[in-house]
Design a protein around this ligand. Structure first.
Ligand SMILES: [Zn+2]
Length: 146
């Protein structure tokens, strides 16, 4: 057995904290997916090039002034708190939904690991809970768009 498998299967606190931290990072990525996926589908239907707009291109920017988000401004939850929910360039408000999705993904991941412990059931629970979060918010946005 690898040392990290032994460590995570015997130390549930470390496993839960690690799942929470991964949840923070994944939550940040889910924000990108939830925001960009409907636009990507719309562009694809319009026959526009995939290479010009996808999950990694263009880099994230302020919708108001176009300021490109720097790595320091992109730290899950912390950056939003430090920037007081505003763009560092034009002070345009940044929705509280972004840190909320990050915190919710982290919290759910921590709690699932805390209660389920190490094993394949935890893996499935994490995948299902993350998918539920993304699909719910995608459906909410699509429904409230028009
Ligand atoms: Zn701005």
């Amino acid at each position: 057995m690898n040392w990290y498998v032994h460590w995570l299967s015997t130390d549930n606190t470390s496993l839960s904290v690690l799942c929470g931290l991964f949840g923070l990072l994944l939550g940040s990525f889910y924000n990108v997916v939830i925001y960009r996926l409907p636009i990507m589908v719309h562009r694809w239907k319009a026959g526009l090039r995939y290479a010009d707009f996808n999950l990694s291109v263009p880099r994230s920017s302020c919708p108001s002034c176009g300021h490109q988000i720097t790595p320091l401004e992109n730290i899950p939850v912390l950056s939003w708190i430090c920037l007081r929910g505003q763009c560092s360039s034009c002070s345009n408000r940044i929705s509280a939904r972004y840190p909320s999705v990050e915190a919710a993904t982290a919290g759910a991941s921590f709690l699932l690991a805390w209660t389920i412990h190490w094993g394949w059931v935890l893996g499935i629970a994490l995948i299902l809970s993350h998918m539920a979060m993304v699909v719910t918010l995608l459906a909410h946005d699509i429904r409230n768009k028009s």
